[in-house]
Design a protein around this ligand. Structure first.
Ligand SMILES: [Zn+2]
Length: 456
């Protein structure tokens, strides 16, 4: 530690003791994104699923935070299956141009809800839509872009003095779903059942309760609009704390399902289960909020960077052309997509950019935001590295990208390891560098936020 830092620390300790709560401002907003016309449902491939009814409305919600340094940052959560790169770029550009929000101060998480409309070009190879259905999806996506702009603007306009606090609970809903597949019984059963909770209060009023969980929102698979178990949990939390906005963050649920679940269109028992799982999660949140929480003193130091994830070699153009005549459904769409890529680019993409964000709220909480469908190993690894009590790891930010396996899951293979990669339009599974590429970037960014919390 250099002399200046020592002096700074000494001065901080002697002259300016950290108050119980630092000076934060918080603003909260929500926008109802329930479709007003039938738009095909997202998340499960195959036959088009048109919604028959709305169980409860779906939302995007935003928490704007301004720390004592005067910097504004916004976290947006959504009852959506995911965003695409195009959507993220557009939402981020709007946020910068209209609200002056730099990219690194905007977090875009989605619950990975499978009971919401198809959005933009997310998982576009999955679905076989008619021109009419596609037009409905496009109209909905256009609205969504406006709603993102609206929710961010409203949250910033709502900024007022607030106190932030953090603590974690536990809920036993998530099960490692790889074990539930044929031949999977012997696989590792890793789960992360922590429920991190961030609360913004103004006086006695709880204004926002942000909570996370690592589990697919797939209790439901029928023909209804809802937020699945995460939607039920948000409703239950808001009922407990009147006047609050509850926001669900999908953490690293790439390989977890709420189990058991009831597949198919028989809605009543499935909805009961989703409600039940939501209630369990909400109870975990309730216990945290009513217990002793740790004040967050800030400042909020943010860092963002991009690494690259590499793919193994893919099929040749000849091979694809040979496979095309016999291919059907999604496999055919994948093959045609790659042939088109060969024809326009001369080769298949050998890598993808992988954005990572870190928000450090002071020593009490570091929030690590990863991209895509990250499996649970990432959460466990980074919490072990940076502190079980002070680290929140969440995937499902930015574009849905693909499943993001750890080295263990990649080597085990199966859906989240290898075979699920093609439906995202990628040529082959990731190489064995995938976990290390992400871990190195996270380490760099966490280091940056720790360094920058002190003056140079
Ligand atoms: Zn998924």
């Amino acid at each position: 530690m250099n002399l200046f830092r020592r002096l700074y620390l000494l001065t901080t300790l002697l002259l300016a003791p950290v108050p119980a709560f630092a000076q934060w401002q918080a603003g909260v907003a929500q926008v109802d994104i329930t479709p007003t016309e039938p738009v095909p449902l997202a998340g499960y491939g195959g036959k088009t699923r048109l919604p028959l009814r709305v169980v409860h409305p779906i939302w995007i919600k935003a928490l704007a935070l301004r720390d004592s340094a005067g910097m504004t940052s916004v976290l947006v959560t959504a009852d959506l299956v995911g965003l695409s790169e195009t959507m993220v770029d557009l939402i981020a550009r709007q946020a910068l141009e209209k609200h002056g929000l730099p990219r690194e101060r905007l977090l875009l998480n989605y619950s990975h809800n499978h009971s919401c409309p198809v959005t933009g070009d997310v998982l576009w190879l999955y679905y076989e839509h008619t021109a009419e259905e596609k037009a409905a999806c496009d109209r909905y996506t256009k609205h969504l872009h406006q709603w993102y702009d609206e929710v961010i603007g409203k949250a910033i306009a709502d900024l007022k003095p607030a106190e932030l606090s953090f603590e974690q609970g536990l809920a036993g809903v998530a099960v490692n779903r790889r074990r539930s597949r044929p031949g999977g019984r012997g696989l590792g059963g890793q789960v992360d059942q922590d429920v991190p909770v961030l609360v913004a209060r103004s006086g006695d009023q709880i204004r926002a309760v942000v909570f996370g969980y690592s589990c697919h929102t797939t209790a439901l698979s029928g023909l209804t609009i809802s937020g699945d178990y995460a939607g039920f949990a948000q409703i239950a939390v808001e009922k407990t704390f009147p006047g609050s906005v509850a926001m669900f963050v999908q953490n690293c649920g790439g390989d977890a399902n709420p189990l058991p679940r009831i597949m198919g269109s028989n809605e009543a028992p499935a909805a009961d289960l989703a409600q039940h799982y939501g209630d369990i999660l909400a109870e975990a949140v309730r216990q945290v909020v009513r217990g002793k929480m740790i004040p967050l003193n800030g400042p909020l130091v943010v860092a963002m960077g991009t690494t690259e994830l590499f793919f193994q070699p893919g099929p040749s153009l000849d091979e694809l052309r040979n496979r095309r005549p016999d291919a059907k459904g999604m496999v055919r769409r994948e093959i045609e997509h790659w042939i088109a890529e060969y024809e326009s680019e001369g080769a298949l993409k050998d890598r993808v950019p992988y954005p990572v964000q870190v928000w450090r709220f002071g020593p009490e909480l570091t929030y690590i935001a990863l991209t895509g469908e990250t499996v649970v190993d990432y959460s466990l690894r980074f919490k072990a590295a940076y502190g079980w009590d002070t680290t929140w790891v969440a995937g499902y930010h930015n574009d849905l990208l693909s499943y993001v396996p750890s080295l263990r899951v990649l080597r085990e293979g199966g859906y989240e390891g290898t075979t699920g990669i093609y439906e995202y339009g990628h040529r082959a599974p990731y190489t064995e560098t995938v976990e290390q590429q992400i871990a190195s970037k996270v380490e760099e960014l966490v280091g940056k936020t720790r360094d920058e919390s002190l003056p140079p």
